[in-house]
Write a protein that binds this ligand. Structure first.
Ligand code: SF4
Ligand code: SF4
Ligand SMILES: [Zn+2]
Length: 472
């Protein structure tokens, strides 16, 4: 008798209860993909990891060799994921590095991976500490692609602008600030000063819904007016902004279409990033069994709820295809046009509609990889796009293609203790600088490297017989 599923592949994971490293089977049942693991102490665990088996399989076609950082920081001692990092076994450099300058915040969201709030306002890092963290990014990357100043809420830091100046004084290609927008909404002079950091500067603005209820659940308050005022100011100064939407199943995942509709009407908004909740930090009211929203489902919902993108426009990001999905449109006076509408689809997709034809043209392949890298800022995307269009005959190239024509949708799925896949986490390119200078994947950092949580994995650290020395 056949088993009622396809045993697709084997990987490693961790037990969601004790964080022991365990084997995990990837099982496909119809359109659904599950991770099934077994812990000697806590038994069998089965977690939904995708609602779109076809897309899950297609991600394998988007793999490319990882890029090395200039430096690794920890030896391979106990095995992944207990050696972060970056240890020499990590397969991808930092496309985007976060620096947390405070744990304090002017909100107290019921979900917060860093457990921030006013109760931690005494935790602002000194300028000297932040400069050390910036130097760690430069040490590892040489010229970091994107550094994101984050928190807590970074704009409440008393030396916020000195920190931006310190970042600007280093060879960082693109600088981002992650914010809830409260300070921007209430302080005209603050926003005017922010605008002086353009270009090469972008805001990651928390924006979960255009309706009050999801904001009350996720943020503990109706922030509609705050968001409106913040966006008015950002539009006024044309500060490049990405709306960041935290998605919770059954709460705001039915509003993806209207958020996209709203976003394209904002001149300053260059894109929307959708992030399903990661089970880490403060997650009041989140049940990992029933509330799990996967990248595959978010992608399906974008296609169902919005006409901005077609199936072929939303593709896996080659640096980390399991966890990143991206699509580009062009915002023009005539409306929003999906990128693939401008391109010969045959140049992007194989005849069967499932294979990218990178191999057809080296120039095209390189441009595509540049375009679809998380490291690509909207500015470089516009340049890459112009070059990409040049590669293709019979495509009319818009006369003036600026970065405010680029509209990007990105789905970022962070792994938690339930969905952890070691094969995948080794490819993560979104990293955080630990206060001690280690560079740690965002996923594992929130699980067991943040705020002294390292004790949680102490029992699984069995010393290796042969240490693998650092490669630099
Ligand atoms: S996640 Fe990366 S840095 Fe961390 S232990 Fe695994 S390979 Fe090393
Ligand atoms: S999620 Fe962001 S805005 Fe909310 S408490 Fe945490 S740091 Fe503050
Ligand atoms: Zn266990």
């Amino acid at each position: 008798m056949d088993r009622p599923y396809l045993f697709y592949e084997l990987t490693n994971s961790i037990c969601a209860t004790c964080f022991r490293k365990v084997e995990a089977k990837v099982l496909i049942e119809g359109d659904l993909v599950y991770l099934q693991k077994w812990c000697p102490e806590h038994g069998r665990q089965k977690v939904l990891i995708s609602t779109d088996a076809a897309y899950y399989r297609r991600c394998r076609e988007f793999l490319k060799p990882g890029q090395m950082p200039k430096k690794f920081n920890t030896p391979i001692r106990y095995g992944c994921p207990y050696d972060c990092g970056l240890c020499p076994d990590h397969e991808q450099h930092s496309c985007l590095t976060l620096i947390e300058i405070t744990d304090g915040c002017n909100l107290t969201c019921p979900i917060c991976y860093s457990d921030s709030g006013p109760h931690r306002n005494a935790s602002h890092k000194s300028l000297e500490q932040v400069e050390f963290l910036l130097d760690c990014c430069v040490r590892n990357e040489g010229e970091p692609d994107v550094v994101q100043i984050s928190g807590g809420e970074p704009t409440i830091h008393p030396q916020f602008f000195e920190i931006l100046d310190a970042a600007r004084g280093r060879p960082i290609k693109h600088l981002m600030v992650n914010t809830n927008g409260v300070r921007i909404a209430g302080d005209a002079e603050f926003t005017r000063r922010l605008a002086t950091y353009m270009p090469g500067f972008e805001l990651y603005l928390q924006f979960d819904s255009v309706r009050p209820e999801p904001q009350r659940v996720l943020r503990g308050a109706d922030l509609t007016d705050v968001r409106r005022r913040a966006l008015d100011r950002l539009n006024e100064h044309d500060i490049s902004t990405t709306l960041v939407v935290t998605l919770q199943k059954g709460l705001n995942d039915d509003q993806i279409g209207e958020i996209l509709e709203f976003a394209v009407q904002q001149p300053c908004v260059r894109g929307v990033t959708f992030q399903p909740i990661q089970d880490a930090g403060r997650t009041q009211g989140f049940n990992p069994a029933t509330d799990r929203l996967t990248l595959g489902e978010v992608r399906q919902q974008i296609l169902r709820q919005s006409s901005l993108f077609a199936e072929r426009d939303l593709i896996p990001v080659p640096c980390h295809p399991d966890c990143l999905c991206m699509g580009y449109s062009l915002k023009t006076a005539a409306g929003v046009v999906p990128l693939t509408g401008l391109l010969d689809p045959q140049a992007l997709l194989g005849a069967e509609g499932s294979t990218i034809m990178y191999e057809q043209s080296h120039a095209l392949r390189n441009e595509l990889f540049r375009l679809f890298s998380t490291a690509a800022s909207p500015v470089s995307s516009a340049a890459s796009l112009a070059q990409l269009l040049c590669c293709l005959p019979n495509i009319p190239i818009p006369d003036a293609l600026h970065y405010n024509n680029v509209f990007r949708v990105l789905i970022v799925q962070f792994l938690d203790a339930h969905s952890m896949d070691i094969r995948s986490v080794k490819r993560t390119c979104v990293h955080i600088v630990h206060p001690d200078g280690r560079i740690i994947p965002f996923d594992t950092y929130n699980l067991f490297y943040r705020d002294g949580r390292e004790g949680l994995i102490e029992r699984w650290k069995e010393p290796a017989v042969n240490l693998v020395p650092l490669e630099c």
